[in-house]
Ligand binder design. Structure first.
Ligand SMILES: Cc1cc2nc3c(=O)[nH]c(=O)nc-3n(C[C@H](O)[C@H](O)[C@H](O)COP(=O)(O)O)c2cc1C
Length: 179
């Protein structure tokens, strides 16, 4: 597991190579096995591989979504706000499960934030995606994961990224220092 965590880096440049059906299925199994508050599983996933739809997703917001133009696949993660008051937490866990399974399958991925982001001055990124994909009102789009074969390797995280200063022991500020 730690190998996957060290190696997972955000990938924003992808090869023009299709992802095998079996791998797509495994990405979705990972999402559907994620834990959720009270086991309510308040999520919905929309799998997108049509290049014209990926282009639409790529302009969901002014910055940080263009990578979807080059991805082979995008998974939209939406939460049902009528089912759970903690849909954001539940959908975040499902999002990262997809990213970790992508790494395990030798794929690159990147989280594209949609919740609380704007398409333009007038409408939110969530509203824009609702319109494009005919999504029911009860759902809120949290994120999109762009996925594909990596066009370049980003160096993995190292032990220098393991910031032990962020960890206290028994009381706040009493550092848990590990060499
Ligand atoms: C909640 C969240 C939102 C993010 N939103 C975006 C985004 O909209 N666009 C993007 O290119 N990267 C996005 N990222 C990726 C981060 O920029 C990236 O994880 C961070 O810079 C650390 O780099 P690494 O993933 O390579 O370790 C997001 C990551 C998280 C966890």
């Amino acid at each position: 597991m730690l190998d996957i965590l060290y190696n997972r880096r955000s990938t924003r440049k992808f090869l023009n190579q299709k992802i095998e059906e079996e791998k797509i299925k495994k990405l979705l199994i990972a999402a559907l096995l994620a834990p959720s508050s009270r086991g309510l599983r308040p999520w919905e996933f929309i799998v997108v591989d049509d290049p014209s739809l990926l282009e639409k997703l790529a302009i969901s917001k002014p910055h940080g979504s263009l990578l979807l133009n080059h991805a082979s696949l995008a998974i939209i993660i939406a939460g049902d706000k009528t089912k759970s008051d903690v849909w954001i937490e539940d959908c975040s866990i499902a999002t990262i499960f997809i990213q970790l399974e992508a790494e395990a399958l030798g794929l690159g991925s990147c989280w594209v934030q949609i919740n609380r982001r704007y398409y333009n001055d007038d409408i939110t990124a969530n509203e824009y995606i609702h319109e494009q994909f005919n999504i029911p009102e009860r759902l809120e789009v949290l994120s999109i994961v762009g996925i594909g074969y990596k066009a370049a390797e980003t160096p993995p995280l190292t032990d220098l990224d393991v910031d032990w200063d962020k960890v206290s022991f028994n009381k706040f500020g009493s550092l848990y220092v590990k060499e």
